[in-house]
Ligand binder design. Structure first.
Ligand SMILES: [Zn+2]
Length: 646
């Protein structure tokens, strides 16, 4: 693989321009190049930012604009991925962002701020902010931090009963999200004053309530200074950390009430405790050229920083660390160990995430420590207990080849596992159904989710089911794909969309079947898949047929497909860490007895032929196949269901 081609998927804008446009792009400014518009074809009418990948056409009648991935899809160098109603992730997020911006909530922030500063009942809240967190009046006023006795009525109109003493009796701190000079907050975050209330969970353990959003607010990045494209952005974890950074700026004489002040950098925070990245965040900071990510200094924070860099685009991100001995900005501030010198130092010394060069050994400290202290990665459950025991679940960064003779139900098993990932493990899944395209695959989804023939379903059941699996992205394509365009697509899915389960069904339909060197094409495709997956948090299930002239087709029923039977060069599958072989009696050779038995359950088995990781092993796992629902279960189960009550 040439390094230039490989760089395309890494988000390197300049190399992409060289590849796509040859000599037709020109430098306009330091970070800006012009190129022919993919929409109106006018020479030099488009410009693209080399750091952010955002591009637009300057011709008045042309509406061409987008990001690097949308440009690749326009040029046929990647597949377009629609998230909702035909819109891509970015388009859908932009729509939601515009809606959030136009939302008009009643402006009560000044009243709540006055309550914090003067209401005797707010004494604990004020003490928490000023003494425990070391945030001063200037910062509290500039950001209109306020207090309320308890949460405002939520969706059901139910009001929290404020207890007279103990947990939850001290009320909540309100943190309004003002965006781009709008006078109304687009979101209001509420934080319980310690001691926080707790609720008992179903399993009997307690959950402490800390943060919640006011109903109607959208989950957004907290951007107290607004966002300026050319100013370095320090991205921290949680509002208190962002306010701690502002505290330092205020102490150095910056005027926090003036968004146009000559700041050395700007700060934003990812929502605390909400975990996942939301595409809408990407819209907020899409034009920012330099982003320095500084989450907590612990292994989880460092891993989180790298994930965040993937979502944002590695080429404009650096990862920085808080002063030694402190886990975050606020911890350092409390000890008086955070000043402007520390902050500007962090920004200058952040480690570039995209650098593929050479780093002096200490430069690897953060990542190395994160690796050493994290426990063995636990694989995602397949939903079949015996199979989990055998293979140790499906581990991030690994590919599993699933084979078996044709008609044995590989696609059925693969669909079931994918549904389990999306519905039960709640991870985003990407499906390429290359043999028949999306429709037969989705019919199987309907059957497995509802346990009946999909052609007997009511249309609202169809809508309901599809809505349930909305975190499953299906490639709208059948037949072979261009290897490098597929690399782009897969990279986009695992890095930007955060997909953690990939189903490719199946390998031999991904390459042109009549290519004179089809086995070489297969080898290239497996290599590309493995390259992308091994650097991601995703697990890939890759279906592969055995070669036609094997034992499999001769001794139909009793033969288990072996690794050496796989279609392709021997070396093709050498680096794949896991290989599974599925065995089930074929319906064509099923005995009369089977059918006469009127049974709905058939014997099947998965044979683990290869498991490279120590938490999996080779061996055999018996299964039962349920014909009506098309589901596999442990052999002792009489019923099978993935169903969910409406
Ligand atoms: Zn144009």
């Amino acid at each position: 693989m040439s390094p230039v081609r490989h760089a395309l998927a890494q988000g390197d804008v300049l190399r992409f321009l060289d590849k796509a446009y040859g000599g037709q792009h020109k430098k306009v400014e330091a970070n800006e190049h012009s190129f022919p518009c993919p929409e109106c074809n006018k020479t030099d009418s488009c410009s693209i930012n080399l750091k952010t990948g955002q591009w637009c056409c300057h011709k008045a009648s042309c509406e061409g604009k987008g990001n690097l991935y949308s440009l690749k899809t326009k040029l046929g160098m990647a597949h377009r991925i629609a998230i909702k109603d035909g819109a891509t992730a970015e388009e859908y997020a932009a729509e939601r962002f515009a809606a959030a911006m136009s939302r008009r909530q009643k402006h009560r922030m000044e009243i709540w701020h006055n309550a914090l500063m003067t209401d005797p009942r707010a004494a604990a809240a004020l003490n928490y902010l000023k003494e425990d967190r070391k945030l001063n009046d200037t910062v509290l006023l500039a950001n209109l931090i306020g207090w309320i006795p308890g949460p405002p009525p939520g969706k059901g109109g139910k009001r929290w009963k404020v207890p007279a003493s103990g947990r939850g009796s001290q009320g909540m701190i309100s943190i309004p999200y003002f965006q781009y000079g709008s006078n109304d907050p687009v979101n209001i975050k509420l934080r319980w004053v310690p001691p926080e209330p707790r609720i008992k969970k179903q399993d009997g353990t307690w959950r402490t309530l800390r943060y919640q959003r006011v109903t109607g607010g959208d989950s957004l990045l907290y951007t107290p200074q607004g966002i300026k494209p050319k100013l370095p952005l320090l991205l921290v974890g949680g509002e208190i950390d962002a306010l701690s950074v502002l505290e330092v700026l205020a102490a150095c004489g910056y005027d926090l009430t003036n968004k146009e002040d000559d700041y050395p950098f700007q700060v934003a925070s990812v929502p605390n405790g909400e975990g996942a990245w939301d595409d809408i965040f990407g819209q907020q900071i899409k034009d920012v050229e330099d982003i320095i990510i500084a989450l907590d200094n612990d292994p989880a924070g460092i891993k989180g920083s790298e994930k965040l860099a993937n979502h944002i685009g590695k080429s404009r991100c650096k990862i920085a660390h808080w002063p030694t001995g402190y886990s975050d900005a606020n911890a350092a501030l409390i000890d008086g160990k955070l000043d402007l010198f520390d902050l500007t130092g962090m920004i200058e010394q952040g480690e570039p995430v995209a650098a593929k060069g050479i780093l002096a050994a200490p430069g690897y400290a953060g990542r190395l420590k994160a690796r050493l202290t994290s426990s063995t990665p636990k694989g995602l459950s397949t939903g079949i207990p015996d199979l989990d025991k055998l293979i140790g679940g499906c581990r991030a960064g690994e590919t599993t080849v699933l084979t078996g003779h044709s008609g044995c139900g590989k696609t059925t098993l693969a669909t079931q596992l994918t549904l389990y990932m999306a519905l039960r493990n709640n991870v985003k899944a990407f499906v390429g159904a290359f043999e028949g395209g999306p429709m037969p695959f989705l019919e199987k989804v309907l059957r497995q989710c509802n346990g009946v023939d999909p052609f007997t379903l009511e249309m609202d059941q169809v809508d309901y089911t599809l809505d349930k699996v909305s975190n499953m992205y299906v490639l709208n394509h059948s037949g072979h794909v261009e290897t490098e365009a597929f690399r782009e697509t897969l990279t986009y899915c695992v890095e930007r969309l955060g997909v953690r389960w990939v189903l490719l069904d199946h390998l031999h339909f991904m390459v042109p079947r009549h290519d004179p060197d089809v086995w070489a094409r297969i080898g290239e495709m497996v290599m590309v898949i493995q390259e992308v997956i091994s650097q991601s948090e995703a697990h890939c299930l890759l279906l592969a047929h055995p070669s036609k002239n094997t034992q499999a087709s001769k001794n139909r029923d009793d033969y288990i497909v072996q690794m050496s039977d796989l279609k392709g060069h021997t070396s093709t599958f050498q680096d794949v860490p896991n290989v599974l072989s599925l065995y089930r009696k074929r319906s064509a050779t099923r005995t009369e007895g089977d059918e006469a038995d009127n049974t709905d359950i058939f014997e099947a088995a998965i044979i683990s032929l290869k498991q490279r990781h120590e938490s999996g092993r080779e061996g055999r796992c018996e299964l039962a196949f349920h014909k009506q629902s098309a589901l596999y279960t442990n052999p002792n189960l009489k019923n099978s269901s993935l169903s969910f009550a409406p």
